[in-house]
Design a binder for this molecule. Sequence first.
Ligand code: BGC
Length: 706
Amino acid sequence: MRTTFIYGCFMLLMLACGELKGQSPAEEKPMFQSLTFDQADKKAEAVVASMTLEEKIAMIGGDRSFFIRPVPRLHLQEVFMSDATQGVRIQEGLKADSLSKTRLEKSTAFPCPLLLAATWNPGLSFEYAKAVGEECRAGNIGILLGPGMNQYRQSQCGRNFEYFGEDPYLRARMIEQYVTGVQSTGTIATLKHFAANNTDHFRRRSNSIVDERALHEIYLPGFKAGIDAGAKAVMTSYNQINGEWCGQSAFVIDTLLRKELGFQWLVMTDWSSVYDGEKLIKSGQNLEMPSAFALKNVHELLRENKVQEKDITEMVRSIVRTCFAMKFDERDPMNREPARYDEHEAAALQTAREGIVLLRNEGSILPIKDNVKTILLTGEFVKKLAAGGGSARVRGYDIRLMLDELQSALGDRLRCSKDPGIQEIQSADVVLCNVGTEDSEGSDRPFELPETQEALVQKCVNNNSNTVVIVTSGSGVRMTGWNEKAKAILYAWYVGQIGNKALAEIITGKVNPSGRLPITIEREFRDSPGYGYVPDGDTVFTGRNYKLEAAHPVFDIRYTEGIFSGYRWYDKQNIAPLYPFGFGLSYTTFEYENLAVSQERFRGNDTVHVSITVKNTGNVIGSETVQLYVQDVECTVPRPVKELKGFKKVSLKPGESRTVEMLLQKKDFSFWDTNTKDWKAEQGAFVILAGSSSRDIKLKKEITLE
Ligand code: BGC
């Protein structure tokens, strides 16, 4: 126990300092180095020149759902791909001959990416992703179909758990490390789903109407960060943007992705998301997945001169170039690296330790004290692991259940009851009540908890004032009905196969919680910027029903909030959220002092150094995430009240203080100027705000751009 605690604190400290980034206890392999665009392109040009038209056509449509077809006579191997962001999905549905190509017997079920974002620790994003990449290598998986990284625009989206929350800056910092981690193993990372894919309500039928500023300031920066980190693939999304399906939209792929964001590598469609072969070929798209459906009439299009062979050649060249850049041609698929599962599980555990968020802790009921004699555990996911579903589902191995982990941490003080009676609830010293949702792609789910769970949590808080609620969900849920009556609330998201161990460590105080919300949790769904996206007459939960989906008319979702997404919305509308973006408690307390800047007046090319001193003023070691927001005081266009532009997580012993440094550059003061189609920072005053959440600003300083 003691060793675990010390190791936990050590890892926390090291990761907080970023000292574990790129290192692991076992002997480190050198990071994979890809070829440059020119090197890979030169090789591709020669090979593609010898391909027949039929070979090229065969390559631009996927095979057996998850493969790119090979050209054996030219030594182009088939490429296997697999989902996704929270670990490797083992494709049990594949036919035996395809499955034998991958020998991955097991894969680690990591905490969900939204929990990873809640760690606010980019170094951990690297470690997590490197582990996922290594498991891909062990399974001969060339392309990981992740990271998923769409904006958390509204809490009902069934896929929020797969993404990184509501802030483009936080997402960008996590994604660049994620991409670097996956690709350091020689596996391709796929940025998905491009773009403005923020609901799974009839996901093939929605049309996102988004303005230019919102696209650039909110929806694209995460992708841009992934691209700049070297991501070798992008997957387009199911939805339309401004009236055209993304996978066949020249505006989305050619203009936004390729020209503006500078992406040069493989673009693929989401599974069954395109309808018009001619548009697809002319859009900059390279590969239709899972097979050629829109592209089934290619021969006809060529015959009618609607598309040319050179268009097909370009698509193939992009696929082959990407494979050469990743040196797929130099690998023997039968000679795979064994996965280092112990290290991967350690990364998964550390992620859970840092990503579970303590939202409320009245009277310091947590950690549970020794004098607490009877603890009642109840709830939906105590004997079954709460996890996200759909293509992101990872089965995992050696699953640690909440009941088992709490039992071994709390001993025979703990009793578990599925449906406790009032008497049972009243007589316990403390009640641990778990509620949650199992979110999945293919549909959204209501903000409100399912009725039976709402009833259970109400029964607990109304009958025992020492109720600790543990929420296991992939997104925000409505807590307004019981928040104030709960003594404590732990937001545990989906913790993955080993994460319940971290939950037990937090409940017993072996680990001090340090997660911070990467989302705002609203009081009522109608408070949120996404409210109103569901067409009149529809019910939110439809399950995954293709027939129903196909019959549903295309519907518009107007992003009328524009750039005011997430906390930018609540700030502007002056709506008090239940829990604000960036919020999370600790078992210790922190003080902020001395916000200093390198210069109070700066010019466009200057880098402003910002430093803040944080002190642990409590009695236990703990990590604080210092958040830096920027506010534009006067501007000719509307701007958010504040925007996150820096953060740093530091671990501090009791009494210890540390000065953290962050850098601000022109881009951090800029907005997207629709006139010049570029980023612009207007001269004048800005305020730098440092705090422990978007609503708890501790220090401010005005600086001027000359
Ligand atoms: C999902 C993608 C996933 C693909 C392959 C689609 O339904 O939207 O995210 O990568 O399936 O499983």
